[in-house]
Design a protein around this ligand. Structure first.
Ligand SMILES: *Cc1c(COP(=O)(O)O)cnc(C)c1O
Length: 429
């Protein structure tokens, strides 16, 4: 494939944008080479500026669960845009999207919209601290909750990929209030809670981790967290920015049959426009300004274009009851196909999957937490990534990212992907 125009654009971008990108993982640092610049996308396909086509397994990192340029979303956004793009005043569509989200997700009465997953998690933690009147939080190594200071302490994907598990610029004062535990290690969490008795406001977790590959929680672990939180007066915060409206209409809460105290959203809820949200039962949400003392605000929050995209997306998902099952079946098919090829060629691997999230790790042992995810062979991953890219398959450019399948992917696309791996596999040894 020819990447001439992408290379030229990347060079120009680097002169005026740090690293040439507005979010680090896009720069291909973990896999080397030049990022491809997109011209357009439709359904399951991306088309770059050099005219190459790719079957897309990222879908803008999750939001486009029904594929690129999904007609109902396009229609909703363009119709809304004609009426004006932002008012900084209430609009009816905010209540429409809020009502629909509240009806789909278990255990929430009220929802507040923000502009990104980062904002959602940051605000959820402030709310949890305000509500419990406690300062410390527990997060898990390898879980990513956006780039706000409190979370940039052993955060997965981007942060790990760049060898900066905690970033300069995060103060020691902030770091001391974030306690770290290992994913799937309930005893470790119990110990932290004992050591910091009555100081912990919240435990925040990706209920199915997606920022160190895809790592589902063990049932005893996630149930144990729930019990521990209830017992100790700690709020359980589910960061469902990835899993919300993806694993099921009710997200991971529904799939795992566990209710959290606060739930964070992003990605799918915006249908491809910048939307985040956090939600909880009324007792907690009423602590937010203007009803309560915990301050949170946003000039563009509840933006009508963003709300109309989110509404069209959630309406489509709530009407099509079979969509999540269909996606899970496609993902299982891909899993089986990839596994077959890697086994045939004798390439050590572990594949993790839940619903429409899947990750391929080049290591022998089970991947259950950050340490086991980090054991994957990155040299093999690089060859795999670039090999597949050259075959017209766009996978996440980091071994720490989950793939996100979208419903526009056909079985022909999946067969194309598996056939591509057949060609690439001999080079992975
Ligand atoms: C993507 C992501 C975020 C951050 O969302 P942004 O919209 O990128 O700020 C937070 N938590 C999880 C689990 C995510 O996957």
């Amino acid at each position: 494939m020819n990447y001439q125009r992408s290379s030229a654009l990347f060079e120009a971008a680097q002169k005026v944008i740090p690293g040439g990108v507005n979010s680090p993982v896009r720069a291909f640092k973990a896999v080397g080479g030049t990022p491809i610049f997109v011209e357009r996308a439709k359904g399951a396909y991306l088309y770059d500026v050099d005219g190459n086509r790719y079957v897309d397994f990222i879908a803008s990192w999750g939001p486009l669960i029904l594929g690129h340029a999904y007609e109902p979303v396009l229609k909703a956004v363009t119709e809304k845009a004609a009426l004006g793009t932002s008012f900084g005043m209430p609009t009816a569509i905010e209540t429409e999207l809020a009502s629909l989200a509240v009806s789909m997700v278990p255990g929430i009465d009220k929802i507040r919209f923000v502009n990104s997953g980062t904002e959602a998690c940051m605000s959820a933690i402030r709310l949890a601290r305000g509500f419990t009147k406690k300062d410390k939080i527990i997060k898990f190594k390898g879980c990513y909750h956006g780039h706000s200071d409190a979370f940039l302490i052993q955060a997965g994907s981007g942060a790990v990929t760049f060898g900066a598990p905690s970033s300069p610029g995060v103060t020691k004062g902030t770091a001391k209030d974030t306690l770290l535990a290992d994913y799937n290690d309930l005893e470790g969490v119990q110990q932290l809670v004992q050591e910091h008795k009555n100081d912990i406001a919240a435990i925040i977790i990706e209920p199915v981790a997606g920022n160190m590959g895809c790592i589902p929680p063990e049932a005893s672990f996630i149930q144990g967290l729930k019990r521990l939180c209830s017992h100790e007066g700690i709020l359980l915060v589910f960061d469902e920015v990835m899993t919300g409206f993806r694993l099921a209409a009710g997200g991971a809460q529904e799939v795992l049959d566990i209710s959290a105290d606060i739930v964070c959203f992003g990605k799918v809820i915006g249908g491809g426009l910048p939307v985040g949200a956090f939600a909880a039962r009324a007792e907690i949400m009423n602590y937010l300004a203007p009803d309560g003392p915990v301050y949170q605000a946003g000039t563009l929050s509840g933006n009508p274009l963003a709300m109309s995209a989110g509404l069209a997306m959630l309406q489509a998902l709530s009407k099509d009851k079979a969509v999540f099952k269909r996606l899970a079946e496609k993902t299982a098919y891909l899993h089986k196909g990839i596994e077959g090829v890697l086994l045939k060629h004798g390439i050590s691997h572990t594949i993790n999957r839940l619903g429409s999230m899947i990750s391929v790790h080049f290591c022998q042992d089970a991947v259950t937490d950050f340490m086991t995810a980090a054991a994957g062979d990155n040299e093999t991953f690089k060859k795999y990534f670039h090999g597949m890219l050259a075959q017209g398959v766009y996978l996440p450019p980091s071994a720490y990212e989950s793939y996100f399948l979208n419903d526009a992917l056909s079985y022909e696309d999946l067969d194309f992907t598996i056939a591509a791996l057949e060609k690439v596999a001999p080079d992975l040894l």
